[in-house]
Design a protein around this ligand. Structure first.
Ligand SMILES: [Zn+2]
Length: 277
């Protein structure tokens, strides 16, 4: 599908992923909401508008209407660039939305409850969608710290532990994120990647000022494959959030030098309960 527009909102979906219709996923874009100075931005982050949570709730309501999910079931966590994975149970479903008093601290969410909508927020960091056709899903926010920590592989292991998921049956999608050309880092970060993923050329000399580039998407792919996800089951968007030509589509922490007035949301949900024929 790539980008498709409904009710004035463009949503990105990863081609080939979850085409059995039992689970839904999307990644939001820049416009179609009520946020920012323009009043048109589709910001998905409470942190970006701490004094206007109603804006974020309205923006999420619009995404829910376009996707057909129940916005009272949207569940999100306070993201801290760590490697904590939380299983979303009925008790905490709706955290930060219909249960504003419930706070989860995590960069990965998993669930097996149909209708619960997992949500993470992104401003260049990679969204990882995980789908077990036996009836479980996961959603991970993997920035560079998460990539070094292999949080995507840890989410796969946690699905195995909690739901009996066979990693070999997982399909994964890597959504839009900063690409391996745009993600320019200083030597200490590059060295962390080289130590975490040795001898695969994960970092490259950027060719100026002693800087390096790092391929976040490739690091996450490696973590998933090491975690037992078959290489052929990993779908990649290839979309770069930080590229200048995508400035009208995505927010980018890097391109906008941290002055971005919003973040994108990644959403994933199980449509119906198994057992499926
Ligand atoms: Zn790029």
């Amino acid at each position: 599908m790539g980008l498709s527009t409904k009710n004035g909102i463009s949503l990105y979906t990863v081609d080939g992923f979850c085409e059995d219709g039992r689970a839904g996923h999307c990644f939001t874009t820049r416009y179609g909401g009520v946020s920012g100075d323009s009043g048109r931005l589709l910001n998905m982050s409470f942190t970006k508008e701490p004094d206007k949570p109603a804006n974020v709730i309205e923006n999420v309501r619009r995404v829910a209407a376009a996707c057909g999910f129940d916005c009272s079931r949207v569940t999100t966590a306070l993201q801290v660039h760590g490697d904590n994975i939380v299983r979303v149970t009925e008790e905490i479903a709706g955290a930060r939305f219909s249960k504003p008093e419930t706070e989860i601290v995590a960069d990965g969410l998993i669930t097996d409850i149909p209708g619960v909508v997992l949500m993470t927020t992104h401003g260049d960091c990679l969204p990882v969608y995980l789908y077990d056709a036996k009836g479980a899903i996961g959603l991970v926010h993997s920035g560079w710290r998460g990539a070094v920590e292999r949080i995507a592989g840890k989410a796969v292991a946690r699905m195995a532990q909690e739901f009996g998921t066979d990693p070999g049956n997982i399909t994964a999608a890597l959504g839009p994120c900063i690409c391996g050309d745009c993600f320019i880092v200083d030597p200490p970060v590059a060295e962390l990647f080289e130590d975490a993923f040795p001898d695969v050329g994960i970092m490259k000399d950027a060719g100026f000022s002693g800087k390096y580039t790092v391929d976040l998407e490739r690091a996450v792919r490696i973590a998933l494959i090491e975690g037992g996800v078959p290489e052929d089951n990993i779908f990649i968007s290839g979309e770069c959030t930080a590229a200048p030509q995508n400035a009208e589509i995505y927010f980018s922490h890097r391109r906008e030098k941290g002055t971005n007035q919003g973040l994108m949301g990644a959403f994933m949900w199980l449509e119906t309960a198994p057992p499926w024929e």
